[in-house]
Design a protein around this ligand. Structure first.
Ligand code: GTP
Length: 441
């Protein structure tokens, strides 16, 4: 069965995000990836060639492939996170293309929250700059498992190995201090196509994979059997037909792990334990299901289960009403102690009070400092009190069931993205003079 799991789970799909400062060459890189991996349709390419000729450029400007919005191009900035889908013979890709201007943190959090790999782009002429460190910090905070440092514009530094080596060493050391251990550095020229899809003849000193080779081969989709099963109930199915008067099934997407018929499970937050009586995938009964399949589960006992409950196996989280989390604030309206919000965790939405803004983190220095409120793009530590108990995992253990959103009850706006538990692998201490974490709640 394990080979089937390998074949059918997310191993064939890589979700990744790009991040870089303005003009580092993200659009050109993504265009180059799509073009050289033959993911671009002929008519798209024709349109780009036509547009480039009109502007008097001899070669097609591949950045045009990715900059869908003309207005944005005219302003010279990229507006929002764009998702692009492409595939090679070896793997399918979903790319969250995150822009590099001032809204970087918000966009990168949005784009990288589901990513398994982040490509951090730097301009070889500038090396590691402030924004590079910020991108690395956000990747660390979101626990993106793999980071690629793409050192772009190598053509402008004469393809010189020492330039690349120094940047790679500086970045790797910084990433390491954040707890990001899987960093692969690739010297590229997005414009000329060196080491993006094809190996570069200009950099024969580089023995590593091209960017695409790495994207195609990096291990993804952590083995579901290594994680405890987490199944947030999306719908309760009760057909109440004469044929099946007692049928009660729970439908949703398995967030993590493997669920088998006969497994002992706990329904949270109530805490009732029962066994899995049956599993249906696409209307067909099966003995086993794994994340991220969409399934319907039947339980042995007729217990009260509703939308928003978590059916969990293995070590299950203790439901809590006091939530301490690291958050990134996404909205122009600041988040303050005393705010009444809605907290959306998987399929469950509950009322919550912002009890305390613990501190904000300076993303450049990673130093925490006391804060009364969190402004847009700021990262900080908050304490929340929910109206009903939540079955939250630590984000470090489970990115799906350890994360949540805060929503403005007045207009439904998404305010804040939250990650339960410790930040930066616990390396981040409370600011000096602040109460110890235990004293907060
Ligand atoms: N010489 C050289 N120029 C490059 C390379 N990659 C990109 N450029 C140029 O750098 C400029 C910026 O590239 P873009 O791809 O638009 O940069 P971006 O990072 O997407 O910029 P924003 O969309 O504004 O965030 C353009 O003039 C590109 O042609 C490269 O490898 N070598």
């Amino acid at each position: 069965m394990s080979s089937t799991i390998d074949e059918l789970t997310a191993t064939s799909l890589l979700r990744f995000a790009t991040a870089g400062s303005v003009d580092d060459g993200k659009s050109t890189l993504v265009g180059r990836l799509l073009h050289d991996s033959k993911s671009v349709l002929a008519d798209q390419l024709e349109a780009v060639e036509h547009a480039s000729r009109r502007r008097g450029q001899a070669a097609p400007d591949l950045a045009l492939l990715t900059d869908g919005l003309r207005a944005e191009r005219e302003q010279g900035i990229t507006i929002d996170v764009a998702y692009r889908y492409f595939a090679t013979a070896r793997r399918r890709f979903i790319l969250a293309d995150t822009p590099g201007h001032v809204q970087y943190t918000r966009n990168m959090v949005t784009g990288a929250s589901t990513a398994e790999l982040a490509v951090v782009l730097v301009d070889a002429r500038n090396g590691v700059v402030e924004q590079t460190r910020r991108h690395a910090a956000v990747a660390a905070l979101l626990r993106v498992p793999h980071v690629v440092l793409a050192v772009n514009k190598m053509d402008l530094v004469d393809y010189a190995e020492p330039v690349f080596a120094a940047i790679a060493a500086e970045f790797t050391a910084y990433a390491d201090s954040l707890g990001v251990t899987d960093v692969v550095a690739v010297p590229i020229s997005a414009l000329a196509g060196d080491n993006v899809v094809e190996p570069s003849a200009n950099m024969d000193w580089y023995g590593g994979p091209t960017l695409l080779e790495h994207l195609e081969t990096v291990p993804v989709g952590s083995d579901p059997s290594s994680e405890p099963a987490r199944f947030p109930v999306q719908y309760v199915i009760r057909p109440q037909s004469a044929e099946h008067p007692d049928y009660r099934g729970y439908a949703g997407q398995l967030a993590s792990g493997v669920l088998r018929k006969g497994d002992t499970v706990t329904v949270l937050p109530a805490g009732r334990t029962t066994t899995v009586a049956g599993i249906d995938v696409l209307g067909t009964e099966t003995d086993i299901a794994w994340a991220p399949q969409s399934i319907t589960v039947r339980l042995a006992e007729d217990i009260d289960v509703s939308r928003g409950d978590l059916i969990a196996a293995g070590p299950v989280p203790e439901p809590v009403k006091d939530v301490e989390a690291t958050v990134c604030h996404l909205h122009e309206r600041p988040l303050k102690a005393g705010d009444k919000v809605l907290l959306k965790h998987t399929t469950r939405t509950v009322r919550a009070l912002v009890k305390e803004i613990g501190y904000r983190v300076d993303i450049d220095t990673l130093q925490p400092s006391p804060a009364g409120e969190l402004n847009v793009n700021e990262i900080g530590r908050v304490v929340l009190r929910t109206a009903e108990p939540l079955a939250l995992d630590a984000y470090a253990d489970n990115r799906r069931t350890g994360s949540f959103l805060l929503i403005d009850p007045a207009d439904g706006a998404t305010l804040t993205a939250g990650m339960a538990g410790e930040a930066f692998g616990g390396a981040l201490a409370a600011p000096a003079g602040e109460p110890e974490e235990e004293d907060w709640v």
